[in-house]
Design a protein around this ligand. Structure first.
Ligand code: IMP
Ligand code: MG
Length: 172
């Protein structure tokens, strides 16, 4: 059996999400379309939107990214696209973690190309050591972590552990 070493407990995550929401509330004075990335981004997305004070609509995407490793010019396959039209809207993409940066750089590009008024990115975790797309801008980051594999709070290992209320590291 493997055990999980806790990195950020529930209380720490909750405190940080509230701080991030405060920051976001200061930055926007217009309605925002929050687009959560399935499946991992669901927990963070839901916790964050509850703390936002501007008018919020929500949508979700499910994507896989392909091609050209180190560039943001690969392409995205939408397993689930958004239902709403992004044109003229302020889009805030919410995701569990940024790793290589491919998913988020391409998502940002797609929404910009579809005429979003602005596109910003909020992630719970950032793992900068593994970045391949160097120029992805992330406006809101919960915690920056070293190059380790983490689970919980939406993050999975082989689809397991997403439901853990904390973020931790699997130990054999
Ligand atoms: P990328 O930034 O395009 O490489 O994609 C990041 C995605 O990889 C995230 O949405 C996660 O699904 C997955 N991922 C990256 N690092 C981890 C980790 O430490 N634990 C679990 N999933 C991870
Ligand atoms: Mg993911």
């Amino acid at each position: 059996m493997s055990s999980i070493k806790i990195l950020y407990d529930e209380e720490t995550i909750d405190r940080r999400v509230r701080e991030m929401a405060e920051e976001i509330n200061k930055d926007y004075d217009e309605p925002v379309l929050v687009v959560g990335v399935l499946k991992g981004g669901v927990f963070f997305t839901c916790d964050l939107v509850k703390r936002l004070t501007m008018p919020v609509t929500m949508d979700f995407v499910s994507v896989s990214s392909y091609g050209s490793g180190t560039k943001s010019t690969g392409f995205l396959k939408f397993k689930k696209d958004i239902d709403e039209d992004v044109s003229g809207k302020h889009v805030l993409i919410t995701e569990d973690i940024i790793d290589s940066g491919r998913t988020l750089s391409m998502l940002r590009k797609v929404f910009e190309e579809h005429g979003a008024k602005s596109v910003r990115i909020a992630v719970m975790l950032d793992k900068p050591a593994r970045r391949e797309v160097k120029d992805v801008k992330v406006e809101y980051t919960g915690f920056t972590i070293p190059d380790m594999f983490v689970v919980g709070y939406g993050l999975d290992f082989d689809q397991q552990y997403r439901n853990l209320p904390y973020i931790g590291v699997v130990e054999e």
